[in-house]
Design a protein around this ligand. Structure first.
Ligand code: CUO
Length: 681
C-alpha cells in the first residue's frame, strides 16, 4: 500500500522525520545525534523518509541559501520551475516526501516553499494537504521587524500558554504627513497580501505548461487585478484621496515613497525603501542575469497597443492572428503578464513581470550597492506599496483599451426575457435598511512556525484590521414566464460620486464597480424573494481560511480539511466592504439576474472548494461562468447610455446604499455553524 500524506495538526506538533543520515546537509552530518535530533524530543511518532536515488538538483541549487528569491526575476523563475518539475515528477508520494526533505536544508528556503507549495497544490496525491499560510512560514514578509525581537524575548522568558499577544502598532510604516498613508491599513492588510500570494501560487506564469495552462488564466489575471484596482480606488475615495493615477511614463519620478520596515529573517537583510521622487533606470545586474532597458519596456508596451488597435497580434511565424471578441482578452492577459502562454515573447516581451522588476530595483539598478529588490519584487509583499496600484492602473488601462474595441452589449445580450427585478436592498441586523457598517477588529497570527526559537509554543502577534457587520441581500424578482427559469445573480457596488463630489457617468463608474457576489438561482413563475448572506460571497473566503488557523480548522458548515487548500485563494472576508466614512459613504448597489442559458458552462460538478470562484476559479475545472469576466461592466455601454440608471434592463436594479464607518475596535465574532461561537480578543 503506498504511503499517504500525513497531516500534522498544529498544536500536536509531535511528529519527527526519520531521515537517512546522508540527507542531512554535509555540515551537520558530523554532529552528535543528540544535537541533530534535539527538535525531535518529545515526539510521539516518526515519519520514515525513504532513501531514494536523488534527482539532479544542480539547477535549483544555483540560487544561494541566503539570497532573496523573486518570482518576477526570470533566472529565479527558471530555477523554481525546475524544482517544481522535480517535485511533480516524483512517481510516488513517498519519493516526493523524500526529495522534499532532502531539499529542505539545501535549497534556497523561499524558493523551496514556493516550489513545494505549487507542487502540493497540483500533485494528485497531495492536493488535499493544507499548505500553511505564508504569514506563518515567513512572518517577516507581513509583520514589522521590530516585533520579532519582542517575540523572541516573549518566547524565551514567558512559558507557552502564559504569553500575551504582541501588539502590532497600526501606524508603523508612515505618518499622516504622507497622504498615501491613509490607505496603508488596506495595502498592508495581511489577508490581502496572502490572497495575492495565493492567487499567483494557483496561477503560476512559468512552470510545467499543464499547470500554467488553466482555463482563461490570462483573462483572470486581468479581471482579478482589475477588481483589486476597483476596490483600492473605492477605498481611496472613502479616505478623501483621488483615484490612482496610472504610472505609464516610466521616465517620470515616482512621487510615492515607501518604507516597508520589514526585515527578511531568511536572507538577513532589510527590504529596501524607496524615497519619494525615485526614478527608474535601465537594469543591468549580472548577478541576477538581468539586462534590459526602459526602452525595451516601452517597445513592448507600444507593440501591445499596436496589437490592440489593429485587433490582431503577431505570431512567431509573423502572421497576424485576430484578438477575438471573447478569447482576445485571455491572449492579451498572457501577453502582458507575460506567462509562458504568451504567443510571442520575442515581440511582446515580459512587460508586467519586468515592470515589477524595474520598479523593485530602482534604488540599485546596476547592483553597485549590492542591494536586492524591494517589496514590489515579489507577489507576497507587492500590494503593500502604493506604486503597485499605479503600475497596475497602467496594465488595467491596457486591458481597457482592448475592451473598448469590442462591440457594446446589445439589449438582447443583457436582458432576461420575462424576468423583472422589482425590489433590492441590503439589511444589516439592528440597522436602518440599506446601510452597511464597518469598524476595526483585532486578530492574532501565530508567528511561532516562522521563528526558530527554542522554547516552542504559540507566539502571537495581534494586528488591527478593517471589518464589517455581516449583512444580507434581499432581491424580489418576478418571473413572468410560465415555467421556472434559471438565472445568475450578479451583485456589484460602486461609488456614486467622484473625488469632487460630482455624480459618476457610466463610463467612469463601471470601472469602479466592485464585485460582491455571484450565484445561480431558480426562479419559479411569479414573484420570488431571494435572500443571500454576505458571508456566502463568491469573492471571499472566511477569516479562518485566509489565515488557515489550523488550530481552529474544525469543520465549518460541512467544510473539511481537504478543502483548505486551493481554497487559500480568495479575497479576505474582512475586506469585503470598503471602509466608508463616518458620516456615511453613498454607493450604488447594482443587482442583475442574467439568463443562465448564456452563463452556463457544461462540466462536472466541482468537488473542491468553491468559495471564491469569481477571483480564483475552480480547481481542475473550467471557469464556471461563460460570460466575459466583469460582465456586464467590462465593455462600453450601448449608444445613449450616460448613467447607470440608463443602462438598466428589466432584469437589473440599482439602489443607493450607505457605508458608515465607526472608528472603534469591536470584537470579531466567528461566523459559520460552529458548535461553539468563539470571540477573539
Ligand atoms: Cu499580481 Cu503585478 O501581478 O502582481
Amino acid at each position: 500500500r503506498p504511503a499517504e500524506p500525513v497531516y500534522v495538526p498544529k498544536g500536536e506538533n509531535k511528529v519527527a522525520f526519520d531521515i537517512p543520515p546522508n540527507y542531512l546537509p554535509e555540515s551537520r552530518q558530523q554532529m552528535a545525534p543528540s544535537i541533530v535530533n534535539r527538535f525531535a524530543e518529545g515526539t510521539k511518532s516518526k515519519v520514515q523518509v525513504k532513501q531514494i536515488s536523488l534527482p539532479d538538483l544542480s539547477v535549483p541549487l544555483q540560487l544561494g541559501r541566503r539570497e532573496p528569491f523573486s518570482l518576477f526575476i526570470p533566472k529565479h523563475r527558471k530555477l523554481a520551475a525546475r524544482l517544481i518539475d522535480i517535485f511533480l515528477g516524483m512517481r510516488t508520494y513517498e519519493d516526493f516526501l523524500s526529495v522534499s526533505v532532502y531539499c529542505r536544508d539545501r535549497v534556497n528556503p523561499e524558493m523551496f516553499v514556493y516550489a513545494l507549495s505549487v507542487a502540493i497544490l497540483h500533485r494528485p496525491d497531495t492536493k488535499n494537504l493544507p499548505i500553511p499560510p505564508l504569514s506563518e512560514i515567513f512572518p517577516d514578509k507581513y509583520i514589522d521587524s521590530g516585533i520579532f525581537a519582542r517575540a523572541r524575548e516573549e518566547a524565551n522568558v514567558v512559558p507557552a500558554g502564559s504569553r500575551v499577544p504582541i501588539e502590532i502598532p497600526r501606524d508603523y510604516t508612515a505618518s499622516d504627513l504622507d497622504e498615501e498613508h491613509r490607505v496603508a491599513y488596506w495595502r498592508e492588510d495581511i489577508g490581502v497580501n496572502l490572497h495575492h500570494w495565493h492567487w499567483h501560487l494557483v496561477y503560476p506564469f512559468e512552470t510545467d505548461i499543464r499547470i500554467v495552462n488553466k482555463d482563461r488564466r490570462g483573462e483572470l489575471f486581468y479581471y482579478m487585478h482589475h477588481q483589486i484596482q476597483a476596490r483600492y480606488n473605492c477605498e481611496r475615495l472613502c479616505n478623501r484621496l483621488g483615484r490612482v493615477k496610472r504610472f505609464h511614463n516610466w521616465r517620470e519620478p515616482i512621487p510615492e515613497g515607501y518604507f516597508p520596515k520589514l526585515d527578511s529573517l531568511v536572507a538577513s537583510r532589510t527590504w529596501p525603501s524607496r524615497p519619494a521622487g525615485a526614478v527608474l533606470k535601465d537594469i543591468n545586474r549580472p548577478v541576477d542575469q538581468l539586462n534590459f532597458d526602459l526602452q525595451d519596456l516601452e517597445r513592448w508596451r507600444d507593440r501591445v497597443y499596436e496589437a490592440i488597435h489593429t485587433g490582431a497580434y503577431i505570431n512567431p511565424r509573423g502572421e497576424r492572428v485576430p484578438l477575438t471578441e471573447f478569447g482576445g482578452i485571455d491572449v492579451l492577459g498572457n501577453i502582458l503578464e507575460a506567462s509562458i502562454l504568451s504567443p510571442n515573447q520575442n515581440v511582446y516581451g515580459d512587460l508586467h513581470n519586468l515592470g515589477h522588476v524595474a520598479i523593485s530595483y530602482c534604488h540599485d539598478p546596476d547592483h553597485r550597492y549590492l542591494e536586492t529588490f524591494s517589496i514590489m519584487g515579489e507577489p507576497a509583499t507587492a500590494m503593500r506599496d502604493p506604486i503597485f496600484y499605479r503600475f497596475h492602473a497602467f496594465t488595467d488601462d491596457v486591458f481597457l483599451e482592448h475592451k473598448n474595441t469590442l462591440p457594446e452589449y446589445s439589449l438582447q445580450q443583457l436582458d432576461f426575457p420575462g424576468v423583472v427585478i422589482t425590489d433590492i436592498g441590503v439589511q444589516t441586523p439592528n440597522q436602518a435598511p440599506n446601510q452597511l457598517s464597518t469598524f476595526w477588529t483585532k486578530s492574532d497570527v501565530d508567528l511561532s512556525r516562522g521563528l526558530d526559537f527554542t522554547p516552542r509554543g504559540a507566539v502571537l502577534a495581534r494586528f488591527t484590521h478593517l471589518n464589517h457587520s455581516d449583512f444580507s441581500y434581499r432581491i424580489v424578482a418576478n418571473n413572468r414566464n410560465n415555467a421556472p427559469r434559471r438565472g445568475t445573480v450578479r451583485i456589484f457596488i460602486g461609488p456614486r460620486q467622484d473625488e469632487r463630489g460630482l455624480p459618476y457617468v457610466f463610463r467612469d463608474q463601471k470601472e469602479l464597480m466592485i464585485e460582491m457576489d455571484k450565484f445561480t438561482v431558480l426562479l419559479r413563475p411569479g414573484p420570488n424573494t431571494i435572500e443571500r448572506k454576505s458571508t456566502d460571497s463568491s469573492v471571499t473566503i472566511p477569516f479562518e481560511r485566509t489565515f488557515r488557523n489550523l488550530e481552529d480548522s474544525r469543520p465549518i458548515g460541512g467544510d473539511t480539511l481537504d478543502q483548505f487548500n486551493f481554497c487559500g485563494c480568495g479575497w479576505p472576508q474582512h475586506l469585503l466592504v470598503p471602509k466608508g466614512k463616518e458620516e456615511g459613504f453613498p454607493m450604488d448597489l447594482f443587482i442583475m439576474i442574467s439568463d443562465y442559458t448564456g452563463d452556463a458552462v457544461e462540466q462536472d460538478e466541482s468537488t473542491g472548494c468553491k468559495d471564491a470562484v469569481s477571483f480564483c476559479g475552480l480547481r481542475d475545472r473550467k471557469y464556471p461562468d461563460a460570460r466575459p469576466m466583469g460582465y456586464p461592466f467590462d465593455r462600453r455601454a450601448r449608444a445613449g447610455v450616460e448613467t447607470l440608471p440608463q443602462f438598466l434592463t428589466g432584469n437589473m436594479a440599482v439602489v443607493q446604499i450607505n457605508i458608515r464607518h465607526t472608528d472603534t475596535i469591536l470584537p470579531r465574532v466567528r461566523t459559520g455553524s460552529m458548535n461553539n461561537t468563539l470571540t477573539f480578543n
